[in-house]
Design a protein around this ligand. Structure first.
Ligand SMILES: *Cc1c(COP(=O)(O)O)cnc(C)c1O
Length: 390
C-alpha cells in the first residue's frame, strides 16, 4: 500500500478491478457478492450498460462549463427531482456533506431574514451529517468530532425518535430556526423511529415556524423502497438533502427546498464550481430513468422484505441477535456485542457487508439485486453470523 495516502481509512486488503450488477471482481479474478453498494451509492449495481453508454456519450460531448452559464441538463434534473419529491427548487453540489452545508446555511439565512441573528438548528443524537466542520458539528457522534474542536456553534441536540424532546425546546429557546434529521439513521445503526415521528416533527415545525430539514443522503433515491424516505408518510419537508445514490458513483449532491425555504438563497449567497455540471447531471438523470424503467423502487421493497424475513427466520431466535430491522434495502442486524470483525470474515467468504455503530451489521445492497442473489446473500450471512456467535 502506498505511503503517500493520508491515513484517513483503515482499508481492507482487497482492490476491485471490475464489476457487473451485484458482483465485484478483485485483482485475482475472484468474485464477491456486493451487499454494500459503495455505501448506498451503486443502486444500479456495477457497470450498468445504459449508464455506461450515457456517461461515455456525455464525456465525449461536454463534461463541465461552470455555473456562470445555463446548464440544460441541470435544469432538467432539477425539474425531475422536484416532480418526484414535491419540492420547489434545487441547489447542486458534489457530496452529502456539501448538501447538508447548503441546508445549514439556508436555515441560518432564513433565520437572519426573519430577524433571528443567532439562529440555532435542532439535531439528533447518533446522527451523521458529514465530515466538514459544520456537518461534523451537527453530527451526533463524539468520535467524528474529537480533535476538531472548536466545533461550529448553533446546534441544539436531542435524542433521535423523541418528538416530545423537540417540542419542549420551543419553550427554552427563542432562536431555533430548523430541525435537521435523518428519517432513518444510517451510520447511527439503521435506527427506525416509531411510526408518526416525522408527522410529529412536521407539526412542531409548523407551529413554531421552524424548517423541517431531512437528511436523505443515505435514505433517498429508492434506498427504502420509495424515492425518498419521507414518502412513507404524508408530510413534505421544507428542505431535503441528497447525494449517495443520486449519481451512481459520479459525485453529485443536492439540497432541495420547498415553499418559503426555496427563496432563501439569492445570487451570491452560495455556490459550487463543479456543482451540477453536465456530466454529473447526466449520471443522475440516467440513474433516475433507469430506476423507473426497471421498477427498482418496487424491487427494493420486495427484495428488502425478503431479506428481512429470511434473516428473521434463520437468525431471529439465535441468542446474541437483538433485532433485525430496516426499510426497503436499508437493513440492520443488531447483535449484543461489537461485531466489526464480521466484515473481514465476510470478505474471506467473498461477501461485502458493513458494520456500523459497533454492533450493527448493515446491508445496503444494489437496488437491482434479484431474489436469487438475495437468497445467496442471506444464506452466506446467516451462516456467518451463526458461526461467529456460537
Ligand atoms: C454519507 C452521509 C453523509 C455524508 O455524505 P458525504 O458524501 O460522505 O459527504 C451525510 N448524511 C448522511 C445521512 C449520510 O449517510
Amino acid at each position: 500500500m502506498s505511503e503517500h495516502l493520508m491515513q484517513t481509512y483503515a482499508r481492507l486488503p482487497v482492490a476491485f478491478t471490475r464489476g457487473e450488477g451485484v458482483w465485484l471482481y478483485d485483482e485475482n479474478g475472484d468474485k464477491y457478492l456486493d451487499a454494500l453498494a459503495g455505501v448506498a451509492v451503486n443502486g444500479l449495481g456495477h457497470a450498468h450498460p445504459k449508464l455506461t453508454k450515457a456517461l461515455c456519450a456525455q464525456a465525449g460531448t461536454l463534461i463541465h462549463t461552470s455555473n456562470i452559464y445555463r446548464i440544460p441538463a441541470q435544469e432538467q434534473l432539477a425539474d425531475k427531482l422536484c416532480a418526484l419529491s414535491g419540492m420547489d427548487r434545487v441547489f447542486f453540489c458534489n457530496s452529502g456533506a456539501e448538501a447538508n452545508e447548503a441546508a445549514i446555511k439556508l436555515a441560518r439565512l432564513h433565520g437572519h431574514n426573519r430577524g433571528i441573528d443567532n439562529p440555532a438548528i435542532v439535531v439528533m443524537e447518533k446522527s451523521f451529517h458529514g465530515r466538514t466542520l459544520a456537518t461534523l458539528s451537527a453530527t451526533g457522534n463524539r468520535k467524528v468530532q474529537a480533535g476538531f474542536e472548536p466545533l461550529v456553534g448553533g446546534f441544539v441536540r436531542v435524542p433521535f425518535g423523541d418528538a416530545d424532546a423537540v417540542a419542549q425546546l420551543a419553550a427554552r429557546h427563542n432562536n431555533i430556526v430548523a430541525v435537521l434529521v435523518e428519517p432513518f439513521q444510517g451510520e447511527g445503526g439503521v435506527q427506525i423511529p416509531e411510526a408518526g415521528y416525522l408527522d410529529k416533527l412536521r407539526a412542531i415545525c409548523d407551529k413554531n415556524e421552524w424548517l423541517l430539514m431531512l437528511d436523505e443522503v443515505q435514505t433517498g433515491i429508492g434506498r427504502t423502497g420509495t424515492w425518498f424516505a419521507f414518502q412513507h408518510t404524508h408530510i413534505v419537508p421544507d428542505v431535503m438533502t441528497l447525494a449517495k445514490g443520486l449519481g451512481s458513483g459520479v459525485p453529485i449532491g443536492a439540497c432541495l427546498a420547498h415553499g418559503v425555504a426555496a427563496d432563501a438563497f439569492t445570487p451570491g449567497k452560495h455556490g459550487s464550481t463543479f456543482g451540477g455540471n453536465p456530466f454529473a447531471c447526466t449520471a443522475a438523470m440516467t440513474t433516475l430513468n433507469i430506476m423507473v424503467e426497471e421498477g427498482l423502487l418496487e424491487n427494493a421493497l420486495k427484495i428488502g422484505a425478503f431479506i428481512r424475513e429470511t434473516l428473521s427466520k434463520e437468525l431471529g431466535q439465535v441468542p446474541g441477535v437483538k433485532e433485525i430491522r430496516g426499510q426497503g434495502l436499508m437493513i440492520g442486524i443488531e447483535l449484543d456485542k461489537p461485531c466489526g470483525e464480521l466484515v473481514k470474515l465476510a470478505l474471506a467468504e467473498k461477501l461485502l457487508i458493513n458494520v456500523t455503530a459497533d454492533n450493527v451489521v448493515r446491508l445496503l445492497p444494489p437496488l437491482v439485486m434479484s431474489q436469487d442473489e438475495a437468497a445467496l446473500l442471506t444464506d452466506k450471512l446467516a451462516a456467518l453470523i451463526w458461526a461467529w456467535l456460537n
